[in-house]
Design a protein around this ligand. Sequence first.
Ligand SMILES: [Zn+2]
Length: 336
Amino acid sequence: MTRQLWFDLRETLRQAETTIAGPDAGPTGEPQEPWLVVDTAGGRLWFTPVNAPRPRSATVTAVHDDGPQPSRPWPPYRQPLTEPGPDDTSLLDRLHAAAREGHRWLVIDSTMPPQLHTAAVYDTATVPATATWTPAYLAAGELGPYPGEIAAGYQYDGSVIARFRLEAVERIAADAHARTWPGQTADLLVRRGYGNRTEVFMAHAAGSIDTSTPWQPEAGDETLGMRRVTVDTDGWYVLVDDLWMWRQVDPPMVQTRPGHGHAPEQDMFEPDGPYGSRCTVCGATGYDIADRTLPSMAGYGSDTTTWCRICRSSESHLQEIGRVSRRATWPPSLDA
Ligand SMILES: [Zn+2]
């Protein structure tokens, strides 16, 4: 197995841009060609002007370091950042394109020379404390949607990693219980209160359970599998389990079309700096705002769509119809 270093792609790009735009231009005032430097042994990377040890960007440390550790020190590996390669794109171009597509990771296989690629998600059941959580509507099987948060850039066995407030956990527990049929094995969420302390269990309960009353985890021999869910210090319950495969679903939308009696509405996206835009519904910026241009269904011209990866609001300009916008009901709530 090859050792793999997983770096936060957005943080990596921020450091790359800082190095390119920073006051590190050479004596002639010309910006120097920046290089990516990878210290595979130390699990770190940084950017630096060519052949100069300093000044350089801040160091980015690998969030995940998988596989066998190196048995001997390897020299740092250097690669041009902005020089076009054989396919006319530079490493920076490729990293930008991947981030715009929603990828969250720069993955470096520590072969010699190291192989660089990008990935959308890292698969794990336990996300690190550094993970970025973003609001989302979530569903599991027939249940949902419920308001919660997902760990950006993570999945567990194909399921997003979701966490919920106690209020949502109680709703999920009630819904799961209500859909339990007598005599059938059921996946349940169980809440037990001890004064001001609450315990939540994810249970796989046998068909003999009595569904007329709230099921209790004490019924040992009726339990095929049970796991305690611990609440974190901020009051979130992370519900990660093979039996609860969460998926992100579209929020309820307020759809409006020009010419259908609606007053002209404000733009869904507003400028944010010289190149970026900001979602006016949830406030997301940067790589959370995505664009797509496709040949029009009308047979001429093109259709463009801008959408927000966080709240999923979107605005399209279609040759045939004109402007179509979909505004998410936001923030996620139990009553939406
Ligand atoms: Zn948004």
